[in-house]
Design a protein around this ligand. Structure first.
Ligand SMILES: NC(=O)C1=CN([C@@H]2O[C@H](COP(=O)(O)OP(=O)(O)OC[C@H]3O[C@@H](n4cnc5c(N)ncnc54)[C@H](OP(=O)(O)O)[C@@H]3O)[C@@H](O)[C@H]2O)C=CC1
Ligand SMILES: O=C1OC[C@@H](O)[C@H](O)[C@H]1O
Length: 432
């Protein structure tokens, strides 16, 4: 294949070349990483994936316009169409926002505006006045200056919590105990024990608890799972996930994180890597954390996953890396699944509704590329809201996102954290 590089960056100690050509969705990522300190083996293969070639054709222009339409749909409110959701499901679900966050605009306000069966009725913030301002800007009828009065509001059926992760347990428990259904931003909690407490409270109060892992509900992810499950290119051998996005604060722009804050900030990104590994290798348990390294804005890990019943059968190696420090124009959110008879690559697994490419590359056969946008432009958050509404109406959370899955993911996170500590100690000992 002929390569066209429109933009490239060579960056940082771990050698990374990023090539981007957003107007034609041409994103290439090449990574070459030094051998792992702990095992002396290369942590990653270098790999490159190129989208469609060329630019300027009618088809290119059409797809650029489609991209613009998808971005607009994410950023704006819109009316419910005639055939949009459940007219006959009875009264709308009345939602309260816990936190006046940016993400709540996309994940709840804009998503709800496109359906008739959800009403965003109230918002609460801890900072007096902020809720009123947010309500006025976003057309929300009720504003509360504290969370307790939102939880006590009997006109609210469900809440969407999108405040800092450190507060998920506290506010999640208050909401569940008040009998509200809860859509709780990812990561569900800081660790597995907190997640278990939330899961148990939801059960006790017979309400729905769903983690807002929006990406999972998109058709592109469903297709990737189907290809894995049907062994389209053989059994899974290795899963490699990269979640990388520039963060200004990593460079001291717009405020610096404290070391504590940095840890949760990065967890809020690398949780996706572990979550995706879980999604693609369901029912497996972590046999070993081969290596794990937390270097602030770059967090890496390597796991061995084994079948629950038979450790010799189907060992899968999973590697992942989250990076907020590399300068990049577009995020690199890439999942690579190496199978016995080929490879599957999903570019932009995190926001597939904006753009994505799914590469299917059999070892002995022609490679192909697929896209799965589902309903034109429908965002990952709209798919997520479909699932949440279904869960509320049926009192049953989708098999993609039950609280057990969040607990299982955080159990792996806890193991990885323990390995971080080991690798830090190892490094200290080496330098002494
Ligand atoms: N699904 C997705 O794509 C995304 C999800 N997220 C998730 O959303 C959540 C919030 O993200 P983040 O970027 O940290 O949001 P922000 O730092 O923007 O905070 C959002 C809200 O949190 C409130 N807040 C901050 N600290 C506290 C506290 N101690 N107690 C109560 N409220 C508090 C802020 O209130 P105030 O203004 O009054 O300080 C603000 O309303 C996280 O769980 C994150 O993982 C974030 C981005 C994207
Ligand atoms: O959930 C997220 O996805 C997008 C990221 O930019 C953000 O930091 C994270 O919270």
């Amino acid at each position: 294949m002929q390569r066209r590089h429109s933009f490239s960056l060579i960056q940082n100690q771990s050698t990374r070349i990023i090539v981007l050509f957003p107007s034609s969705y041409h994103i290439a990522v090449r990574r070459r990483v030094e051998p792992s300190r702990s095992r002396g083996r290369p942590r990653r293969r270098a790999h490159t994936h190129y989208g469609r070639q060329g630019s300027g054709s009618l088809e290119e222009k059409k797809s650029s316009m489609e991209l613009v339409g998808r971005v607009r749909r994410l950023l704006t409110q819109g009316g419910a169409t005639e055939d949009s959701d459940a007219d006959d499901v009875g009264a709308p679900i009345r939602v309260g926002l816990v936190g006046a966050s940016n993400i709540s605009k996309f994940a709840m306000i804009n998503a709800a505006s496109r359906r008739k069966d959800v009403e965003v009725r109230a918002v609460a913030t801890r900072t007096p006045g902020k809720a009123r301002e947010f309500a006025a800007t976003n057309g929300i009828p009720v504003a509360h200056d504290d969370f307790a009065s939102l939880f006590a509001d009997e006109t609210i059926d469900a809440v969407y919590i999108s405040v800092v992760t450190e507060e998920h347990l506290n506010l999640g428990l208050q909401a569940l105990r008040a009998g509200k259904h809860v859509l709780l931003e990812k990561p569900l909690a800081l660790d597995a024990q907190e997640a278990r407490e939330l899961r148990d409270a939801a059960k006790e109060h017979n309400v729905v608890l769903m983690e807002a892992m929006h990406y999972k509900h998109h058709p592109a992810l469903k297709r990737l799972r189907e290809l894995v499950e049907t062994e389209a290119v053989g059994t899974v051998q290795e899963i490699d996930v990269c979640f990388a996005k520039f963060d200004a604060s990593a460079w001291g722009i717009g405020g610096k994180y404290t070391p504590e804050k940095l840890r949760t900030k990065m967890l809020d990104r690398w949780i996706y890597c572990i979550d995706l590994v879980q999604l693609l290798a369901p029912g497996r348990k972590v046999k070993t954390v081969c290596s794990a390294e937390d270097a602030g804005f770059i967090v890496r890990g390597e796991l061995e996953l084994c079948d629950r019943d038979d450790e010799r059968k189907g060992l899968v190696r999973a590697t992942w890396e989250a990076d907020a420090q590399t300068v990049r124009i577009l995020p690199a959110w890439v999942a690579t699944v190496q199978c016995a008879e080929g490879k599957l690559v999903l570019q932009n697994f995190n926001f597939p509704s904006l753009y994505h490419r799914l590469y299917i590359e059999p070892t002995n056969g022609p490679a192909r590329v697929e896209t799965h946008y589902g309903e034109v432009g429908k965002t990952t958050f709209e798919y997520q809201l479909d699932a949440f509404c279904r869960a509320v109406r049926e009192r049953h959370v989708d098999s993609l996102v039950p609280p057990e899955a969040s607990v299982a993911t955080l159990e792996i996170v806890d193991k990885v954290r323990a390995a971080f500590a080991d690798s830090e100690n190892e490094r200290k000992n080496e330098s002494d």
